[in-house]
Design a protein. Structure first.
Length: 267
């Protein structure tokens, strides 16, 4: 009986993992996708794929378009996301600072946090001439080694946290400028810690650049980062005025979280 129960539990876990994988794949396709496409991409048997999709449909997490036969996520998923985001809402002081940064720089401003071992975008503010990075959204967490926000945060996490992150996030060559060699990444983190800000010079997306500064909390650990993104045509990593302003906003955000100025690392 115990062997049978163990096998049943393994099957349930596998089904759950496959169902979640289907949800992730559907979420990535703005126009929805068919069961056959999902089966091919996920390597899940087509009949099993249909069974999982039917289960998700009955539970209210996906729906099928009767004309195109494409599956889409429902608002039930959005509802769950809104609950999570509301419980992890960033302080109003920091959203205000991000808004001011976007207004003053006239670029897109982002706030990301270090959350359970991931670099997660929590807040985005666009200005009148801001560049919108299509693949970035509130809740996005991948490619921390390439994005300015990720670099600013990862440069200040503990050695153990960095090792864990590195083990599950292999740097991807998204553009010709992407740094994927670990030696280069370590050197850039060292430079970031020294100067108090990080730079993404078209590493995550061609023609898009970013600058970010870390935000620290009361115990001295890194809380997150605040950044701006801009087209490469407006990027100037030697603009001392803009960099000083960005670092000043990060300092103000840190102080609002209880960080003590006397022990603040020069940022």
């Amino acid at each position: 009986m115990e062997v049978k129960d163990s096998a049943t539990n393994v099957w349930k876990i596998q089904s759950l993992e496959r169902g979640l994988k289907l949800l992730e794949l559907i979420a990535e396709q703005s126009g929805g996708c068919t069961a056959k496409w999902l089966s091919k991409v996920s390597n899940i048997n087509l009949s099993t794929c249909y069974h999982l999709l039917n289960t998700l449909d009955v539970a209210g997490y996906v729906e099928k378009d009767k004309v195109t036969q494409n599956y889409f996520l429902t608002y039930k998923v959005a509802y769950l996301n809104n609950l999570v985001q509301s419980r992890r809402a960033i302080p109003q002081k920091i959203t205000t600072l991000a808004g001011t940064l976007a207004q003053k720089s006239r670029e897109t401003a982002y706030v990301s946090t270090w959350d359970r071992g991931e670099v997660v975008i929590r807040y985005i503010v666009e200005s009148d001439r801001a560049v919108k990075v299509r693949s970035l959204y509130v809740g996005y967490w991948d490619h921390g080694f390439l994005r300015a926000m990720g670099k600013a945060i990862l440069a200040h996490v503990s050695a153990d946290e960095l090792d864990e992150y590195r083990a599950t996030h292999i740097p991807e060559q998204r553009t010709p400028n992407s740094k994927v060699n670990w030696g280069e990444i370590e050197e850039e983190m060292r430079i970031t810690r020294g100067r108090g800000y990080s730079v993404d010079n078209q590493e995550y997306e061609i023609d898009v650049c970013g600058i970010a500064a870390p935000i620290f909390q009361f115990d001295g650990s890194v809380w997150g980062a605040i950044s701006i993104a801009m087209p490469s045509s407006r990027f100037n990593d030697s603009d001392d005025t803009m960099i000083a302003y960005l670092k000043g906003e990060a300092l103000a955000a840190s102080l609002s979280l209880g960080y003590q100025l006397r022990s603040f690392k020069e940022v």
